[in-house]
Design a protein around this ligand. Structure first.
Ligand code: MN3
Length: 202
């Protein structure tokens, strides 16, 4: 069964008032994410070892396997973008009480969490992702990964939020100003309701 591009959980212009324009979403979802799906399906068709495997299984199987770098890049980016669309909302930015309490406990304050998340994204050299994860010790942590990698592959924890810091995610809206994209993202785009639901699900 081939992998497919998920439908966005909002319209292409739903985030425009919050700093992510229609053209960004049309290109990012319809072109970039679609290209990862198409490439991944091409690899699966040619490799019997991948046939019938779930996306999670392929990400873990291909991680750090040099001959499978292309598989990993595209499977990882499919996994990352499936999450990313859910990590934004037209009513983003508000943090539910239970998640806020957990953030305060593990980071000291919401501001400290946001600073750590923005710093992770801003200091990821080149393309990659910033993450809020629930680590195996039960604490929230901020991490970053390069290119198509993610916390499922690295084993750093369960991803509650992921922010794409590839240039295609922000260049139309913020040009080269990645820190401004990240500041806007944590305050106005991030779907903390989704993160809270991921946290509650364990
Ligand atoms: Mn992307």
């Amino acid at each position: 069964m081939a992998f497919t591009l998920p439908t966005l959980p909002y319209s292409h212009n739903a985030l425009a008032a919050r700093g992510m324009c229609q053209e960004t979403l049309e290109l990012h979802h319809g072109k970039h994410h679609q290209a990862y799906v198409t490439a991944l399906n091409g690899f699966v068709e040619k490799d019997a070892a991948l046939a019938g495997k779930s996306l999670d299984e392929i990400v873990k199987l291909a991680h750090n396997q040099a001959p499978m770098a292309g598989v990993f890049n595209n499977a990882g980016q499919h996994w990352n973008h499936i999450l990313f669309w859910q990590c934004m909302s037209p009513s983003g930015g508000g943090i539910p009480g239970a998640l806020e309490a957990k953030i305060n406990a593990d980071f000291g304050s919401v501001a400290a969490f946001k600073d750590a998340f923005k710093a992770a994204g801003a200091t990821q050299f080149g393309s990659g992702w910033a993450w809020l994860v629930l680590a195996s010790d039960g604490k929230l942590k901020v991490t970053k990964t390069a290119n198509g990698s993610n916390p499922l592959a690295t084993g750093e924890g369960k991803a509650l939020l992921g922010c794409d810091v590839w240039e295609h995610s922000y260049y139309l809206d913020f040009r080269n100003r990645r820190p401004d994209y990240l500041a806007n993202w944590v305050d106005h785009l991030a779907n903390y309701e989704f993160a809270a639901a991921q946290l509650a699900a364990g």
